[in-house]
Design a protein around this ligand. Structure first.
Ligand code: RB5
Length: 147
């Protein structure tokens, strides 16, 4: 599996920790598109770019990080076929996969402790989509035009 990860200036330390964690524990390929510095950048650019990569299939899943995870999830959800979920605990991480088949995970760097973020990532990577009655709902999500 190939994971693409990125975020704004608030994300740098957490993003690197998450990337290292995934590479060490999953042996997945991780592509980090930055930002790599603490200089202020605009989170929509990162969320949108990552979503585009996932939508076109150059990555299987994306992880996007900004201060709260909110802005960057909004940006990612602008891309058709993307179901970005802002997860803040184990339950939301599990349910975003089981019911929503989320293909992008959004995390808040300023709202999530590292230990919790790694639990969220772990559960989000491991949990499978349940399908069944949720399949039709995901298809409905995919059917709505972006604009
Ligand atoms: C940047 O200061 C901050 O607004 C951003 O990281 C994010 O929290 C937006 O939703």
């Amino acid at each position: 599996m190939k994971i693409i990860i990125g975020g704004d200036h608030s994300s740098v330390a957490l993003k690197e920790a998450i990337g290292d964690y995934i590479k060490k524990n999953y042996k997945f390929k991780v592509k980090d598109i930055g930002t790599h510095k603490n200089d202020s950048v605009d989170y929509p650019d990162y969320g949108y770019k990552i979503a585009q990569e996932v939508a076109k299939g150059s990555a299987d899943r994306g992880i996007v990080i900004c201060g709260t995870g909110i802005g960057i999830s909004i940006a990612a959800n602008k891309v058709k076929g993307i179901r970005a979920a802002m997860c803040y605990d184990a339950y939301t991480a599990i349910m975003s996969r089981k019911h929503n088949d989320a293909n992008v995970l959004a995390i808040g760097a300023r709202t999530t402790l590292l230990e919790n973020a790694l639990i969220i990532v772990d559960l989000w990577l491991k949990t499978e989509f349940e399908g069944g009655r949720h399949q039709k709902r995901v298809e409905l999500l995919n059917s709505y035009p972006s604009r």
